[in-house]
Write a protein that binds this ligand. Sequence first.
Ligand SMILES: NC(=O)c1ccc[n+]([C@@H]2O[C@H](COP(=O)([O-])OP(=O)(O)OC[C@H]3O[C@@H](n4cnc5c(N)ncnc54)[C@H](OP(=O)(O)O)[C@@H]3O)[C@@H](O)[C@H]2O)c1
Length: 379
Amino acid sequence: MSLRVAILGASGYSGAELLRYLSLRRAISGDVEIAAVTASQRAGASVASVLPQFRQSAGSSLFADLPNGLPKFSRWQDVDWQSIDIAFCALPHGTTQEVITELWRYSSLRIIDLSADFRLSSFADYEHWYGKAHGAPQLQGEAVYGLSEHFRASIGKARLVANPGCYATAAQLALLPLAPLIDCSSISIDAKSGVTGAGRSLREEFLYCEINEDFRAYSLSGHRHVAEIEQGLELALGSSASSDSASSSASSSSSDQPRLRVSFVPHLVPMDRGILTTSYLRLRAGESVSSCLAAYDNSYSGSAFIEICRDGSVPSVKLLRGTNRCSLAIFADRRPGWIVVFSAIDNLGKGAAGMALQNMNLMLGLEEDYGFADTALVP
Ligand SMILES: NC(=O)c1ccc[n+]([C@@H]2O[C@H](COP(=O)([O-])OP(=O)(O)OC[C@H]3O[C@@H](n4cnc5c(N)ncnc54)[C@H](OP(=O)(O)O)[C@@H]3O)[C@@H](O)[C@H]2O)c1
């Protein structure tokens, strides 16, 4: 029997990428039915009119079992939630806590939230970074942080998964296995993202003439994803508990312990997709590039979507376009005892829709790479 899936926010960039992945999944394994797609101002419109890339497939045999091909965009309030098995929420942060509170009463519904609304386990951190009190504190304890490769067991048992932020995904996949081997007070992360990372809504600073042929830093006073990175590193260092068991814990205040702080500087690059992080790290005494690579092998053996460059090559965002893969590399710095670590992903793939589907597989007890066609769109 097909799983009936709803995509909330399907007219946005992450939601549309989910639609693309789920369309491919229907072709590969045929086990999902796209039962509802929602939008806000575009509710009522056809998928083909809002996302012309689906003009052909909307009426094709891929959707032949659906009465009218893909459903029209509706408001999330108008979906027949009784009939839905899985909901992907790709809504702006701050809107999802209210939506998921409403959906929670459908007890067989499993939810994967791509927004930031349930990512931070500390309510104080949430309030600090998002400027308001958490709107669904009673549900935060249900949420499991969805960094698939590090929290598989907890994700497998969850009803609500909080997919990580795109920068936080790239940075944590590079850093979490290395946390015990490095001086965590030395971490500097230089991050670059393509423009889809900012979403599809119209804003002057993202107009073509503003970004084309430019390359600039932003959010120097603190990007919100840094909170997830620090939360992940603290867990990896064992300051709370082991990662899998602490992935859903919530607390109302920050601990009195001095908090780990990393330097994180994001940059906007005039490309559609892709994130590259370059991290500068000081090794603990006795550690080396070899021991760091061994830590990667230990963490990621059997991880279908992690590739570790060993031949002197460096991760390339272009070679990951449209995939759910993360490419990692470690090099010795010229300064003895320091290393440089690279991590690349597609922000809409591993940083959003791809990881969400990987998490769906884990929640359903399937192999995490089940139903993926993971060939990059090159050139
Ligand atoms: N873009 C990325 O690379 C990325 C990566 C990881 C996570 N995320 C997260 O995923 C979420 C979606 O991001 P995005 O970049 O895809 O955003 P987006 O392109 O701006 O799309 C937002 C979607 O939400 C709908 N929407 C807007 N306001 C709404 C409201 N009040 N109630 C219900 N629906 C509403 C929009 O509908 P209309 O089209 O009708 O306005 C659209 O479908 C965000 O929380 C973002 O932080 C994004």
